[in-house]
Write a protein that binds this ligand. Structure first.
Ligand SMILES: O=C(O)CCC(=O)C(=O)O
Ligand SMILES: [Fe+2]
Length: 372
């Protein structure tokens, strides 16, 4: 693991607000992967080759587990069906991941977003670079989480935009119409789903539906459209390093025909096979803390393939930086020996500490553990 060190070589601006303007820390510049593949489809520079233990080896991929990833019916959840709420509880406890069907977002809205994103990523590099991520924040087209020259790089490029709050938007790095419109329509629909889902999560944690959303103070929303080019050596690289999400929940729209996302399960990896038009939802670190570890923010990663590029659309939902995150009393009581595992953290501090660390595995949540 020597070349993926937990070090930050970039200068840190200690006084800069960690606000949602900086959902991630500024990255050092790295090559555009799509362009690299376009100019030489066989080239895989050394910087992308994983250490032995991270290479996506077939022996560690449990295809049979894909069908066990829970499927939750959102329409039943929002009607308060107890059986579906029990399924949600189990899914968050056992998997931290589930597919969500009947979420109410129209297929045309989803397709509109996918088509517009496809068109954007097909544009020549100089066109896409008109909205390139600048060095002083992390919105726009580029890369995030690259903290050192030694870091092993992900086989992907992405477009990252803050949607809410509006005051944190950076209009200068938004793509032009019609992609812009597709983003507005799609993300506002996903926001409604997220708010409703927070209601269900609030219920299964023994609270009134609106409590969890209220505790966010402001529901910060970030979109990350990931482009994972094909790779001539898919068993040597990763599209995205293993990580857990540091948000409350993530709602992902993936390609209906390509599997790339894998979820960690008992030390192995379960591919998330797309169900057409379903969303994939995962629990982030914030819910893990609030639930005192009952619900898990599970590690996941993205693998590439030899023949096709894959696009994914991740919507991250975060609390306001001033929100205080602490295990709910009733969740502590439900824990083995009623032991509280996590302490109270201000979310902005959690983000700040997390971003000093490498984007890898589940190490970042250690900061919120009692005794750390
Ligand atoms: O692209 C994917 O399937 C997953 C993306 C993801 O995990 C992330 O952006 O945090
Ligand atoms: Fe993720």
């Amino acid at each position: 693991m020597s070349s993926n060190k937990n070090v930050a070589l970039v200068q840190e601006d200690k006084d800069a607000p960690i606000s949602s303007q900086k959902p991630f820390r500024s990255s050092i510049p790295v090559p555009n992967v799509q362009e690299m593949v376009r100019s030489d489809p066989l080239l895989v520079p050394k910087r992308y080759i994983r250490n032995e233990e991270d290479m996506p080896k077939e022996a560690h991929i449990c295809h049979h587990l894909s069908s066990e990833i829970p499927v939750i019916d959102f329409s039943l959840l929002s009607k308060g069906h107890q059986e579906e709420l029990n399924k949600l509880d189990l899914a968050c406890k056992e998997w931290g991941f589930f597919q969500m069907v009947n979420h109410g977002v129209a297929p045309e809205v989803m397709q509109g977003m996918k088509d517009a994103a496809d068109k954007f990523f097909e544009l020549p590099l100089e066109e896409k670079n008109k909205i390139a991520m600048p060095s002083d924040h992390t919105q726009g087209y580029g890369h995030v989480h690259v903290l050192s020259e030694e870091q092993i790089l992900d086989w992907s490029d992405r477009l990252i935009l803050v949607l809410y709050p509006h005051r944190n938007r950076k209009p200068e790095v938004w793509p032009p119409t019609p992609f812009k419109e597709a983003i507005e329509i799609y993300t506002s629909e996903v926001r409604k789903v997220a708010q409703e889902l927070l209601g269900s999560l609030s219920s299964i944690m023994g609270m009134d539906k609106d409590v969890l959303l209220g505790l966010h103070q402001e529901l910060v929303q970030v979109l990350s459209v990931g482009y994972y080019p094909s790779c001539s050596m898919p068993d040597k690289v990763l599209g995205l390093s293993p990580h857990s999400d540091m948000d409350t929940i993530t709602i992902l729209m993936q390609d209906d025909n390509l599997t790339g996302l894998q979820v960690k399960r008992d030390g192995n990896w379960a591919p998330v096979k797309p169900i057409p038009n379903a969303f994939i939802v995962n629990i982030g670190d914030v819910i893990e803390v609030w639930s005192n570890g009952r619900y898990k923010s599970i590690e996941h990663r993205v693998v590439t393939n030899e023949s096709k590029a894959r696009l994914s659309h991740a919507s991250f939902f975060f609390p306001h930086e001033d929100a205080e995150i602490e295990p709910f009393h009733q969740m502590v009581l439900k824990s083995p020996r009623s032991l509280q595992i996590y302490k109270k953290v201000r979310y902005g501090d959690y983000l700040k500490e997390s971003m000093k660390m490498r984007f890898y595995g589940k190490e970042r949540i250690e900061y919120a553990k009692i005794g750390s």
